[in-house]
Design a protein around this ligand. Structure first.
Ligand SMILES: [Zn+2]
Length: 485
């Protein structure tokens, strides 16, 4: 038990604290699934695991509200496992350690899992409540949203009974999302025969401390991409000092902006000091370029043993050119709306070494033809480098519906409660709503939640004051859901 259990509203924070105690990184969900099933059984709540490894819960209406429309409350059970460089946290076995830091709840050295533990805790709070009036309620707690959206991709028609679907996976309180971008994974690969380095010394260049962050929600912040910066460093080292690229490891999640990268280059012994000076100078350049955006860029070059293998020169040059030339970041904003990103790409992962190179990019767009255009841009670029390009794992955009009764209700309730208008948004991230909506087209869907910042990073945090506001709002909306016609 942690100190967050004393926070208000206790109904949410207590359940969130319980979730923190059960490891639930994407891909390792057996424990959280069992926890949720046991938790429901102890309280006499109907619950089962569906064909998509999702947990479904059902609760009948409170007296007098049996005729109301059915509300499905949805959140994902998995969390992104990211930790600080010095953390020894084992995501598969260790509990998350939440703590209060001023206005925020954070976790010690890791992602917090408020994305989307806050949503799951909300479902638990409604399911176990004895004092909240509501119509028939369904909880839909999905598996592996953060990696493959396995859960919603494998759910079966007929599983859900909702007329309305509340997706509790948005990250700004007072904002209602009614549409989202689709995405597609692009992977470029190349195999090469390693050569022996000519140089008699070697250096490991480590670039770290970038903010990273969510490759959709935070792509418009202008943050540095570690792979793109490293390409500039290595290109100059090759051109000026005869450096030979041996290995490159940058980024670790396709949907995270890469925040660190390491490259090993062989270099003549009499050039090591110059390379170290150049790398230090790059640090100054990057800090100046990203002044006001990044505040902790660190780049260092330390001598290491000469590696046994290097990338052959022609391949090395093609790979560095490809990393340098490929489009990265926002391509276009939604015309006529202003500040909402329509199309982007994120060169998330670059790994080179052992005779293989692969790049992993995630393209997002709320307009299908623009997504396809970026696929063409990147495919052209990587094919010019002699790489084999594959796309897959596409998920559809969630087109805002012309008529959405639930968002109308929510706007009215929000205005009544808080005297201000909620912001209606289309979000530049993949939401499960697109897949649920495609299977259940009659559902009115809205995504919302309390305020979180820097999800998918060890700096993930949840703004305490917004949780109570959000919880009061959820309860009021449930109370005002209209009768089924
Ligand atoms: Zn999420």
């Amino acid at each position: 038990m942690s100190e967050i259990r004393n926070l208000q509203p206790q109904a949410i924070w207590e359940n969130f604290d319980k979730l923190c105690a059960v490891p639930h990184p994407s891909g390792h969900l057996a424990r959280i699934q069992q926890f949720l099933l046991d938790w429901a059984a102890e309280r006499g709540i109907e619950a089962f695991k569906d064909a998509g490894e999702n947990i479904v819960m059902r609760k009948p209406a409170t007296p007098g509200m049996e005729g109301r429309k059915v509300v499905t409350m949805q959140a994902h059970m998995d969390m992104v496992p990211q930790k600080a460089k010095d953390s020894t946290h084992d995501f598969e076995n260790d509990p998350i350690q939440p703590y209060i830091d001023g206005e925020w709840v954070k976790a010690r050295g890791t992602t917090l899992g408020s994305d989307d533990g806050m949503g799951v805790a909300t479902i638990m709070a409604v399911m176990e409540a004895t004092d909240i009036p509501h119509g028939p309620i369904e909880g839909f707690i999905t598996a592996d949203e953060e990696t493959t959206m396995y859960g919603v991709n494998h759910m079966q028609p007929g599983t859900l009974h909702g007329d309305y679907l509340m997706n509790l996976d948005n990250e700004t309180e007072g904002e209602f999302v009614i549409g989202s971008a689709g995405g597609i994974n692009l992977t470029a690969e190349l195999a090469y025969a390693p050569a022996a380095p000519q140089a008699d010394a070697a250096v490991k260049i480590v670039l770290q401390g970038l903010k990273g962050g969510h490759s959709g929600l935070e792509i418009n912040e202008g943050r540095a991409n570690a792979n793109k910066l490293m390409a500039r460093v290595v290109r100059k080292a090759v051109a000026n000092l005869g450096a030979e690229l041996a290995t490159w490891v940058g980024g670790n999640m396709r949907n995270a902006i890469p925040s660190s990268v390491e490259a090993v280059v062989a270099v003549p012994a009499d050039k090591v000091a110059q390379l170290q000076k150049d790398v230090a100078a790059w640090g100054d350049v990057f800090r100046a370029e990203y002044d006001g955006i990044e505040d902790a860029i660190r780049i260092e070059a330390e001598p290491v043993a000469v590696p046994a293998e290097r990338v052959p020169i022609d391949v090395q040059d093609r790979l560095i050119n490809a990393i340098g030339a490929c489009h990265n970041g926002v391509l276009r904003f939604i015309p006529g709306i202003g500040d909402i990103v329509e199309t982007s790409s994120n060169l998330a992962i670059v790994e080179i070494g052992g005779g293989k190179a692969f790049f992993k990019d995630l393209i997002r767009s709320s307009m299908r033809s623009q997504r396809e255009y970026v696929e063409e841009i990147l495919t052209s670029c990587f094919q010019l480098a002699g790489m084999k390009v594959e796309v897959g794992g596409a998920y559809t955009e969630w087109q805002p519906a012309l008529k959405n009764e639930m968002v109308d209700l929510m706007r009215t309730v929000y205005k009544d409660m808080y005297g201000e208008d909620a912001k209606v948004q289309v979000v530049h991230a993949g939401l499960e709503c697109s897949i649920i909506g495609a299977m259940y087209p009659h559902m009115d869907i809205v995504s919302f939640g309390p305020t979180l910042r820097s999800p998918h990073t060890p700096n993930e945090r949840c703004l305490i004051a917004t949780v109570g506001k959000y919880w009061d709002f959820v309860k009021e909306v449930l109370a005002r859901v209209p009768e089924k016609k």
